[in-house]
Ligand binder design. Structure first.
Ligand SMILES: C[S@@+](CC[C@H](N)C(=O)[O-])C[C@H]1O[C@@H](n2cnc3c(N)ncnc32)[C@H](O)[C@@H]1O
Length: 216
């Protein structure tokens, strides 16, 4: 191609088997903040109180997910993608139990993302070494990327992608500033969601025990 502009984007194509099966769910990502001060990067002026506490809806350009920079997190594959990139795409276009197919799966990123979100997966890969690496990683992956009962995507223990429609179901798992205008300096944080899940399970057990005792 000769000399050209340095590409700073990566295109991802997704297709459904037929038009009727094409799903699309609105996705939110966390507000962008200054790394040192923690303040919001965008100035929302007098509109801060109207902001969504989690973050904005994603557009068709995603600038919050970066290529894998650290060698210790990389496989010996020149174009391995970050798992949470594929998780976002999968949350946006599929439901639990759906089948995700990646015909050029490399070291398995799409399959790993699908498994973490409890989707089924199929991958094609021409290089046997990559297939081996993918299978070795997949064995260790669990399908537990959730807050409460909602599937979400984490990166470094922080939720990076949620479905807009799940916010009402998961918002109680977050510490949110009481006055939303403080959102510019105060990041919302996730309370210990796994512990909360356990507490819920205990509650269900208590109710179950009560019902059982009453019916005796
Ligand atoms: C861009 S890489 C995909 C990387 C992948 N997204 C990941 O994160 O690991 C494309 C992959 O397609 C594989 N590939 C190329 N031609 C293929 C073919 N005809 N059938 C199956 N796989 C093929 C290559 O070996 C390479 O691993």
């Amino acid at each position: 191609m000769g000399k050209t502009l340095q590409p700073s984007h990566y295109g991802i194509l997704f297709y459904a088997k037929n038009q009727k099966e094409l799903k699309y769910y609105e996705i939110r990502y966390p507000h962008k903040r200054d790394r040192k001060t923690g303040y919001l990067l965008k100035d929302y002026g007098g509109e801060k109180a109207l902001l969504h506490p989690f973050g904005p809806l994603v557009s068709d350009v995603w600038t919050d997910i970066h290529r894998i920079k650290h060698n210790k997190r990389r496989d010996p594959h020149p174009c391995q993608l970050p798992i949470h990139l594929l998780e976002r795409l999968i949350l946006m276009t599929t439901n639990e139990g759906d089948i995700v197919l990646d015909p050029f799966i490399g070291t398995g990123t799409t399959a790993i993302a699908a498994k973490k979100l409890s989707r089924k997966y199929i991958g094609f890969e021409i290089d046997k070494q990559y297939v081996k690496i993918a299978n070795n990683k997949l064995i260790r992956i669990q399908n537990n990327s959730r807050i409460g009962d909602s599937w979400v995507s984490f990166y470094l223990e922080e939720p990076r992608t949620i479905r807009n429609s799940d916010w009402e179901l998961i918002k109680d798992y977050f510490s949110i500033p009481i006055d939303l205008r403080d959102i510019d300096k105060e990041k919302i944080t996730l309370k210990k969601h796994r512990k909360l899940v356990k507490t819920e399970q205990i509650k269900v057990l208590e109710i179950f025990n009560k019902v059982a005792a009453n019916s005796r």
